[in-house]
Design a protein around this ligand. Structure first.
Ligand code: NAD
Length: 257
């Protein structure tokens, strides 16, 4: 499957799943635009490494996905945007009555509203190009819930709903819009949840991984960023042209329980 000639914009892609997806899209031949809110030499270096490794165009564009204007500016600066992967996301774990308001607002903005802004900016470009693929990175928490993750679960359910809506709005066009729902993938975002969860449940790190995280994942294995990338490449393929408005779970059986 070749994505040569296509440009992919992946939000939140200097780390974890976003970088894994950018790598697999580049391996499939797409030019890639990496993004995060930082502007460090190593961010730009990541893009140079992808360009050298896969022989594709690769750029890093700084934009803060908590701000609507910067979400839209990212798409404008990217030029072409044939493939849009909404991946940027953060997490905060707390009971709802003590959930900090600024964390609530940030999670809703970065994990959900950013996708509204980027999709609104990207769709005219996809229509002009006569082809488009939108891949929203939701979560098993877009389909189910866990305690202490009210903002995250609300945002991810919102992403799943928005995915279905945009799929209906583009259904008669050569554009698809789907969501990938990962289970636990061992990335910096998941690492950061371990200390809080250890405290909440009064557990060791090993017990949090086994009894809290992978307890929900019947395979008892973390999913990998490469598997997320492979699923995104599939959703960009011709085989997936009639797949739209749906979720693909990559969660080791979590949502089958
Ligand atoms: P991560 O922390 O490694 O990556 C998050 C990315 O988002 C980073 O590149 C970070 O720089 C970027 N980001 C954060 N705030 C941003 C902002 N304001 N503007 C622009 N970029 C910003 O985490 P990850 O696990 O790779 O998560 C990626 C996505 O996958 C998230 O949407 C997350 O909710 C989702 N997800 C992760 C898991 C998992 O187990 N890791 C499971 C389900 C869903």
């Amino acid at each position: 499957m070749s994505l040569k000639g296509k440009t992919a914009v992946i939000t939140g892609s200097n780390s974890g799943i976003g970088l894994g997806i950018a790598r697999e899209l580049a391996r499939a031949g797409a030019d890639v635009v990496l993004n995060s809110f930082t502007d460090r030499a190593e961010d730009h270096e990541l893009a140079s490494q992808l360009a050298a490794e896969f022989g594709v165009g690769a750029r890093y564009i700084q934009a803060d996905m908590s701000k609507g204007s910067e979400c839209r500016a990212l798409i404008e600066q990217a030029g072409a945007c044939d493939i849009l992967v909404n991946n940027a996301g953060i997490q905060h774990v707390a009971p709802i009555e003590s959930f900090p308001e600024e964390k609530w607002d940030a999670i809703i903005a970065i994990n959900m509203s950013s996708a509204y802004h980027t999709m609104a900016a990207a769709l005219p470009k996809m229509r002009a190009a006569g082809w488009g693929r939108i891949v929203n990175i939701a979560s098993a928490h877009g389909l189910t819930a866990s305690p202490y993750k009210s903002a995250y679960v609300a945002a991810k359910h919102g992403v799943v709903g928005m995915t279905k809506t945009v799929a209906l709005e583009t259904a008669e066009e050569p554009i698809t819009c789907n969501a990938i729902c990962p289970g636990y993938v061992l990335t910096p975002l998941v690492e950061a949840q371990i200390p809080d969860t250890m405290e909440k449940y009064n557990m060791s790190r090993e017990d949090v991984v086994k009894k809290v995280m992978l307890e929900r994942q019947p395979s008892r294995e973390f999913a990998t960023v490469e598997q997320m990338g492979g699923t995104a490449v599939f959703l960009c393929s011709d085989a997936a042209a009639q797949i739209t408005g749906t979720t693909i779970s990559v969660d080791g059986g979590w949502t089958a329980l």
